[in-house]
Design a protein. Sequence first.
Length: 375
Amino acid sequence: MSLTVPTIDVSELQRLNSPSLVIFRQRLIDNLQSMLTVAKSPSRLRPHCKTHKMDQIIRLWIERGVTKHKAATIAECEMLAAAGASDVLFAYNPVGPNVQRIVELAAKYPACRFVVTNDHAKPLKELSAAAAAKGVRIGVMLDVNIGMDRTGITPETPGAAALYHSAKSMPGLIQAGFHVYDGHQRQMDLTERKVAVAEQWPRVQKLRSEVEALSSDVPAFACGGTPTFPCYAAMSDPRIELCPGTCVFHDAGYGKSFPDLPFQPAVAVVTRVVSRPAPDRLTLDLGNKAVAADPPKGNRVYLPDLPDAVQDIHSEEHLVLVTPDAEKYQPGDTMLAIPVHICPTSALYDRVAIVDDGKVTEFWDVTSRNRKITV
Ligand SMILES: Cc1ncc(COP(=O)(O)O)c(C=O)c1O
Protein backbone atom coordinates (compact mmCIF):
# COMPACT_ATOMS: atom_id res chain seq x y z
CA MET A 1 0.00 0.00 0.00
CA SER A 2 1.62 3.32 -0.97
CA LEU A 3 1.80 5.89 1.79
CA THR A 4 -0.39 8.96 1.64
CA VAL A 5 0.34 11.99 3.74
CA PRO A 6 -2.27 13.48 6.06
CA THR A 7 -2.98 17.20 5.97
CA ILE A 8 -3.42 19.95 8.51
CA ASP A 9 -4.77 23.47 7.99
CA VAL A 10 -2.04 26.04 7.36
CA SER A 11 -3.38 28.29 10.11
CA GLU A 12 -3.11 25.40 12.60
CA LEU A 13 0.38 24.57 11.44
CA GLN A 14 1.45 28.15 12.05
CA ARG A 15 0.13 28.06 15.61
CA LEU A 16 1.84 24.82 16.65
CA ASN A 17 5.19 24.84 18.40
CA SER A 18 7.94 23.12 16.50
CA PRO A 19 9.06 20.48 16.77
CA SER A 20 5.79 18.93 17.90
CA LEU A 21 4.08 15.63 17.34
CA VAL A 22 0.60 15.48 15.81
CA ILE A 23 -1.79 12.54 15.58
CA PHE A 24 -4.35 12.49 12.79
CA ARG A 25 -7.26 11.00 14.68
CA GLN A 26 -9.11 9.49 11.74
CA ARG A 27 -5.90 7.83 10.53
CA LEU A 28 -5.38 6.36 13.99
CA ILE A 29 -8.97 5.06 14.12
CA ASP A 30 -8.56 3.59 10.62
CA ASN A 31 -5.35 1.81 11.67
CA LEU A 32 -7.08 0.36 14.75
CA GLN A 33 -9.91 -0.86 12.53
CA SER A 34 -7.46 -2.37 10.01
CA MET A 35 -5.71 -4.17 12.87
CA LEU A 36 -9.04 -5.60 14.00
CA THR A 37 -9.80 -6.63 10.42
CA VAL A 38 -6.45 -8.43 10.07
CA ALA A 39 -6.87 -10.06 13.49
CA LYS A 40 -10.50 -11.03 12.71
CA SER A 41 -11.46 -10.68 16.38
CA PRO A 42 -10.43 -8.35 19.25
CA SER A 43 -9.82 -11.45 21.37
CA ARG A 44 -6.88 -12.43 19.13
CA LEU A 45 -5.06 -9.12 19.66
CA ARG A 46 -2.47 -8.27 22.29
CA PRO A 47 -1.19 -4.96 20.88
CA HIS A 48 2.13 -3.59 22.13
CA CYS A 49 1.73 -0.11 23.68
CA LYS A 50 5.39 0.87 23.40
CA THR A 51 4.71 2.64 20.09
CA HIS A 52 2.44 5.27 21.63
CA LYS A 53 2.61 5.01 25.47
CA MET A 54 -0.76 6.83 25.67
CA ASP A 55 -3.67 5.88 27.92
CA GLN A 56 -6.09 7.57 25.49
CA ILE A 57 -5.17 4.96 22.90
CA ILE A 58 -5.59 2.14 25.42
CA ARG A 59 -9.11 3.41 26.05
CA LEU A 60 -9.80 3.28 22.30
CA TRP A 61 -8.67 -0.36 22.32
CA ILE A 62 -10.78 -1.22 25.35
CA GLU A 63 -13.84 0.38 23.70
CA ARG A 64 -13.17 -1.99 20.79
CA GLY A 65 -13.10 -5.07 23.00
CA VAL A 66 -9.32 -5.54 23.26
CA THR A 67 -8.54 -6.68 26.79
CA LYS A 68 -4.99 -8.10 26.42
CA HIS A 69 -2.03 -5.77 26.03
CA LYS A 70 1.74 -5.90 25.89
CA ALA A 71 4.31 -3.57 27.44
CA ALA A 72 8.05 -3.02 27.60
CA THR A 73 8.35 -1.00 30.82
CA ILE A 74 6.80 -1.11 34.27
CA ALA A 75 5.39 2.39 33.67
CA GLU A 76 3.64 1.11 30.53
CA CYS A 77 2.25 -1.80 32.58
CA GLU A 78 0.89 0.64 35.15
CA MET A 79 -0.59 2.90 32.46
CA LEU A 80 -2.36 -0.13 30.96
CA ALA A 81 -3.79 -1.34 34.25
CA ALA A 82 -4.88 2.17 35.30
CA ALA A 83 -6.62 2.63 31.94
CA GLY A 84 -8.66 -0.55 32.49
CA ALA A 85 -6.70 -3.29 30.70
CA SER A 86 -7.46 -6.66 32.27
CA ASP A 87 -4.41 -8.59 31.02
CA VAL A 88 -0.93 -7.06 30.76
CA LEU A 89 2.17 -8.83 29.44
CA PHE A 90 5.51 -7.33 30.52
CA ALA A 91 7.84 -8.65 27.81
CA TYR A 92 10.96 -8.94 29.96
CA ASN A 93 12.49 -11.12 32.60
CA PRO A 94 11.74 -8.89 35.61
CA VAL A 95 15.16 -8.19 37.14
CA GLY A 96 16.47 -5.97 39.95
CA PRO A 97 13.78 -3.68 41.45
CA ASN A 98 11.39 -4.62 38.61
CA VAL A 99 10.72 -7.94 40.40
CA GLN A 100 9.15 -6.08 43.30
CA ARG A 101 7.56 -3.47 41.02
CA ILE A 102 5.58 -5.98 38.96
CA VAL A 103 4.42 -7.66 42.17
CA GLU A 104 3.40 -4.26 43.59
CA LEU A 105 1.39 -3.60 40.44
CA ALA A 106 -0.39 -6.93 40.77
CA ALA A 107 -1.33 -6.01 44.33
CA LYS A 108 -2.40 -2.49 43.38
CA TYR A 109 -4.52 -3.58 40.39
CA PRO A 110 -6.15 -6.89 41.46
CA ALA A 111 -8.60 -6.77 38.52
CA CYS A 112 -5.69 -7.01 36.08
CA ARG A 113 -3.74 -10.19 35.35
CA PHE A 114 0.00 -9.51 35.01
CA VAL A 115 2.20 -11.81 32.95
CA VAL A 116 5.96 -11.63 32.38
CA THR A 117 8.30 -13.40 29.99
CA ASN A 118 11.03 -15.68 31.30
CA ASP A 119 14.06 -17.46 29.90
CA HIS A 120 16.13 -18.21 33.01
CA ALA A 121 15.71 -19.93 36.39
CA LYS A 122 17.12 -17.07 38.48
CA PRO A 123 14.53 -14.39 37.69
CA LEU A 124 11.83 -17.07 37.89
CA LYS A 125 12.81 -17.96 41.47
CA GLU A 126 13.05 -14.30 42.47
CA LEU A 127 9.63 -13.56 41.00
CA SER A 128 8.07 -16.57 42.72
CA ALA A 129 9.46 -15.52 46.10
CA ALA A 130 8.34 -11.90 45.71
CA ALA A 131 4.85 -12.82 44.43
CA ALA A 132 4.30 -15.40 47.17
CA ALA A 133 5.42 -12.93 49.85
CA LYS A 134 2.94 -10.36 48.52
CA GLY A 135 0.13 -12.89 48.13
CA VAL A 136 -0.31 -12.34 44.38
CA ARG A 137 0.08 -14.61 41.35
CA ILE A 138 1.97 -13.60 38.21
CA GLY A 139 1.66 -15.35 34.86
CA VAL A 140 4.85 -16.59 33.20
CA MET A 141 5.36 -17.01 29.46
CA LEU A 142 8.45 -18.88 28.33
CA ASP A 143 10.38 -16.51 26.03
CA VAL A 144 11.14 -18.67 22.99
CA ASN A 145 13.98 -17.52 20.73
CA ILE A 146 13.22 -18.55 17.16
CA GLY A 147 16.04 -16.67 15.48
CA MET A 148 16.13 -13.04 16.56
CA ASP A 149 18.77 -13.90 19.19
CA ARG A 150 17.88 -10.92 21.37
CA THR A 151 16.24 -12.65 24.33
CA GLY A 152 14.75 -16.04 25.03
CA ILE A 153 15.71 -19.66 24.94
CA THR A 154 15.87 -21.65 21.71
CA PRO A 155 13.35 -24.51 21.57
CA GLU A 156 16.17 -27.05 21.29
CA THR A 157 18.06 -25.87 24.37
CA PRO A 158 18.22 -28.77 26.84
CA GLY A 159 16.06 -27.85 29.80
CA ALA A 160 13.81 -25.37 27.93
CA ALA A 161 10.69 -27.45 28.57
CA ALA A 162 11.77 -28.15 32.15
CA LEU A 163 12.28 -24.44 32.84
CA TYR A 164 8.71 -23.69 31.83
CA HIS A 165 7.43 -26.77 33.65
CA SER A 166 9.17 -25.66 36.86
CA ALA A 167 6.85 -22.64 37.11
CA LYS A 168 3.91 -25.00 37.60
CA SER A 169 4.88 -25.87 41.14
CA MET A 170 6.39 -22.52 42.18
CA PRO A 171 4.33 -20.40 44.57
CA GLY A 172 3.01 -17.13 43.20
CA LEU A 173 3.34 -18.17 39.54
CA ILE A 174 0.92 -19.37 36.85
CA GLN A 175 2.01 -20.88 33.54
CA ALA A 176 0.77 -18.54 30.80
CA GLY A 177 2.20 -19.97 27.56
CA PHE A 178 4.99 -19.05 25.14
CA HIS A 179 6.23 -15.66 23.97
CA VAL A 180 7.43 -15.89 20.36
CA TYR A 181 8.75 -12.57 19.06
CA ASP A 182 10.46 -12.57 15.68
CA GLY A 183 11.53 -9.03 14.84
CA HIS A 184 14.21 -10.45 12.51
CA GLN A 185 11.61 -11.58 9.93
CA ARG A 186 11.77 -8.66 7.52
CA GLN A 187 11.08 -10.18 4.10
CA MET A 188 9.49 -7.54 1.89
CA ASP A 189 7.37 -10.10 0.10
CA LEU A 190 4.44 -11.31 2.24
CA THR A 191 4.54 -14.84 0.84
CA GLU A 192 8.23 -15.14 1.71
CA ARG A 193 7.52 -13.79 5.20
CA LYS A 194 4.73 -16.33 5.67
CA VAL A 195 7.04 -19.14 4.55
CA ALA A 196 9.74 -17.99 6.99
CA VAL A 197 7.23 -17.92 9.87
CA ALA A 198 5.82 -21.32 8.91
CA GLU A 199 9.34 -22.79 8.86
CA GLN A 200 9.89 -21.82 12.51
CA TRP A 201 6.48 -22.85 13.84
CA PRO A 202 7.24 -26.62 14.10
CA ARG A 203 10.12 -25.78 16.47
CA VAL A 204 7.66 -23.99 18.76
CA GLN A 205 5.17 -26.86 18.49
CA LYS A 206 7.83 -29.46 19.29
CA LEU A 207 8.64 -27.56 22.47
CA ARG A 208 4.93 -27.37 23.26
CA SER A 209 4.70 -31.21 22.92
CA GLU A 210 7.67 -31.62 25.27
CA VAL A 211 6.06 -29.32 27.80
CA GLU A 212 2.74 -31.13 27.54
CA ALA A 213 4.52 -34.46 28.00
CA LEU A 214 5.63 -33.08 31.38
CA SER A 215 1.93 -32.39 32.06
CA SER A 216 2.26 -28.62 31.75
CA ASP A 217 -0.18 -26.52 29.80
CA VAL A 218 0.57 -23.93 27.06
CA PRO A 219 -2.58 -21.81 27.06
CA ALA A 220 -1.30 -19.07 24.72
CA PHE A 221 1.35 -18.13 22.16
CA ALA A 222 2.04 -14.35 22.10
CA CYS A 223 3.45 -13.97 18.60
CA GLY A 224 5.22 -11.50 16.35
CA GLY A 225 5.11 -7.78 15.69
CA THR A 226 3.80 -5.73 12.76
CA PRO A 227 5.65 -7.42 9.84
CA THR A 228 4.55 -10.92 10.86
CA PHE A 229 1.10 -9.82 12.06
CA PRO A 230 -0.66 -11.04 8.88
CA CYS A 231 1.34 -14.28 9.00
CA TYR A 232 0.20 -15.33 12.48
CA ALA A 233 -3.28 -13.89 11.84
CA ALA A 234 -3.64 -16.40 8.99
CA MET A 235 -2.91 -19.31 11.35
CA SER A 236 -5.90 -20.99 12.98
CA ASP A 237 -4.68 -22.01 16.45
CA PRO A 238 -7.04 -20.14 18.83
CA ARG A 239 -4.23 -19.85 21.38
CA ILE A 240 -2.29 -17.44 19.13
CA GLU A 241 -2.21 -13.84 20.38
CA LEU A 242 -1.13 -11.18 17.85
CA CYS A 243 1.24 -8.53 19.22
CA PRO A 244 1.81 -5.73 16.68
CA GLY A 245 2.78 -2.31 18.00
CA THR A 246 4.06 0.01 15.29
CA CYS A 247 1.08 -0.21 12.94
CA VAL A 248 -1.13 1.74 15.37
CA PHE A 249 0.75 4.80 14.09
CA HIS A 250 2.69 3.18 11.24
CA ASP A 251 5.77 4.94 9.93
CA ALA A 252 7.74 5.60 6.78
CA GLY A 253 10.15 2.74 7.57
CA TYR A 254 7.57 -0.04 7.72
CA GLY A 255 5.54 1.62 4.97
CA LYS A 256 8.49 1.25 2.61
CA SER A 257 9.68 -2.16 3.81
CA PHE A 258 6.30 -3.91 3.97
CA PRO A 259 4.04 -2.58 1.21
CA ASP A 260 1.47 -5.33 1.84
CA LEU A 261 0.47 -3.88 5.22
CA PRO A 262 -2.91 -2.08 5.16
CA PHE A 263 -1.89 0.86 7.36
CA GLN A 264 -1.15 4.55 6.79
CA PRO A 265 0.98 6.99 8.82
CA ALA A 266 -1.20 8.52 11.55
CA VAL A 267 1.52 10.69 13.10
CA ALA A 268 3.82 13.44 11.85
CA VAL A 269 6.30 15.87 13.35
CA VAL A 270 5.69 19.55 12.68
CA THR A 271 9.00 21.22 11.93
CA ARG A 272 10.21 24.66 10.80
CA VAL A 273 13.00 25.98 8.67
CA VAL A 274 15.39 27.72 11.04
CA SER A 275 18.21 28.62 8.67
CA ARG A 276 19.46 28.53 5.09
CA PRO A 277 23.21 28.34 5.69
CA ALA A 278 24.15 27.94 2.00
CA PRO A 279 22.27 28.32 -1.29
CA ASP A 280 21.55 24.60 -1.47
CA ARG A 281 21.11 24.00 2.28
CA LEU A 282 18.06 24.15 4.47
CA THR A 283 18.10 23.55 8.21
CA LEU A 284 15.05 22.28 10.13
CA ASP A 285 14.44 22.19 13.89
CA LEU A 286 14.22 18.42 13.58
CA GLY A 287 17.28 17.15 15.41
CA ASN A 288 17.67 13.76 16.98
CA LYS A 289 15.85 15.05 20.07
CA ALA A 290 12.80 15.50 17.83
CA VAL A 291 12.86 12.40 15.64
CA ALA A 292 14.35 8.96 16.25
CA ALA A 293 17.98 8.53 15.25
CA ASP A 294 18.09 4.74 15.16
CA PRO A 295 17.44 4.38 11.41
CA PRO A 296 20.65 4.86 9.40
CA LYS A 297 21.83 8.46 9.00
CA GLY A 298 20.40 10.08 5.88
CA ASN A 299 17.07 8.29 6.23
CA ARG A 300 15.43 9.30 9.48
CA VAL A 301 12.35 11.08 8.15
CA TYR A 302 10.25 11.18 5.05
CA LEU A 303 9.61 14.77 4.01
CA PRO A 304 6.61 14.80 1.67
CA ASP A 305 7.43 18.38 0.52
CA LEU A 306 11.07 17.55 -0.21
CA PRO A 307 11.20 13.81 -0.84
CA ASP A 308 14.55 13.96 -2.68
CA ALA A 309 16.42 16.22 -0.25
CA VAL A 310 19.62 14.68 1.11
CA GLN A 311 19.53 14.44 4.94
CA ASP A 312 23.13 15.52 5.46
CA ILE A 313 23.71 16.50 9.10
CA HIS A 314 21.50 15.24 11.91
CA SER A 315 22.57 16.66 15.26
CA GLU A 316 20.71 17.13 18.51
CA GLU A 317 18.57 20.07 17.42
CA HIS A 318 19.10 20.35 13.66
CA LEU A 319 18.47 18.43 10.47
CA VAL A 320 20.42 19.92 7.56
CA LEU A 321 19.06 19.14 4.11
CA VAL A 322 20.86 19.53 0.81
CA THR A 323 18.38 20.37 -1.92
CA PRO A 324 18.24 22.50 -5.08
CA ASP A 325 14.90 23.76 -3.73
CA ALA A 326 16.45 25.41 -0.66
CA GLU A 327 15.93 28.92 -1.99
CA LYS A 328 12.18 28.39 -2.11
CA TYR A 329 12.14 28.36 1.71
CA GLN A 330 12.63 30.99 4.41
CA PRO A 331 13.19 30.71 8.14
CA GLY A 332 9.82 30.13 9.79
CA ASP A 333 8.33 28.04 6.98
CA THR A 334 6.65 24.90 8.33
CA MET A 335 6.47 21.38 7.00
CA LEU A 336 5.43 17.90 8.11
CA ALA A 337 7.89 15.06 8.58
CA ILE A 338 6.87 11.40 8.75
CA PRO A 339 9.30 9.52 11.03
CA VAL A 340 11.02 6.47 9.60
CA HIS A 341 10.81 4.90 13.09
CA ILE A 342 7.83 6.15 15.09
CA CYS A 343 8.22 4.25 18.40
CA PRO A 344 11.33 6.05 19.71
CA THR A 345 9.98 9.28 18.20
CA SER A 346 6.78 9.31 20.28
CA ALA A 347 8.87 8.69 23.38
CA LEU A 348 10.59 12.06 22.77
CA TYR A 349 7.39 14.04 23.41
CA ASP A 350 5.38 14.56 26.58
CA ARG A 351 2.18 15.50 24.76
CA VAL A 352 0.77 15.32 21.27
CA ALA A 353 -1.71 17.43 19.34
CA ILE A 354 -4.78 15.63 18.00
CA VAL A 355 -5.94 16.75 14.55
CA ASP A 356 -9.52 16.33 13.33
CA ASP A 357 -10.39 17.51 9.82
CA GLY A 358 -7.26 19.65 9.65
CA LYS A 359 -7.80 21.33 13.05
CA VAL A 360 -6.09 20.74 16.40
CA THR A 361 -8.91 19.76 18.74
CA GLU A 362 -7.11 18.54 21.86
CA PHE A 363 -3.81 17.41 23.33
CA TRP A 364 -3.03 13.96 24.76
CA ASP A 365 -0.33 13.12 27.28
CA VAL A 366 2.30 10.54 26.46
CA THR A 367 1.34 8.90 29.74
CA SER A 368 4.12 6.39 30.24
CA ARG A 369 6.90 8.36 28.61
CA ASN A 370 8.63 8.52 31.98
CA ARG A 371 10.05 5.34 33.47
CA LYS A 372 7.92 5.55 36.62
CA ILE A 373 4.28 6.51 37.23
CA THR A 374 3.67 5.56 40.86
CA VAL A 375 5.19 2.10 41.36
C1 LIG B 1 8.77 -8.05 22.23
C2 LIG B 1 8.09 -7.23 21.19
N1 LIG B 1 6.85 -7.54 20.84
C3 LIG B 1 6.16 -6.85 19.89
C4 LIG B 1 6.76 -5.77 19.26
C5 LIG B 1 5.98 -5.01 18.24
O1 LIG B 1 6.59 -5.08 16.99
P1 LIG B 1 6.36 -3.98 15.87
O2 LIG B 1 7.05 -2.75 16.33
O3 LIG B 1 6.96 -4.59 14.66
O4 LIG B 1 4.91 -3.79 15.76
C6 LIG B 1 8.07 -5.42 19.59
C7 LIG B 1 8.74 -4.32 18.92
O5 LIG B 1 9.86 -3.97 19.12
C8 LIG B 1 8.75 -6.16 20.58
O6 LIG B 1 10.00 -5.87 20.95
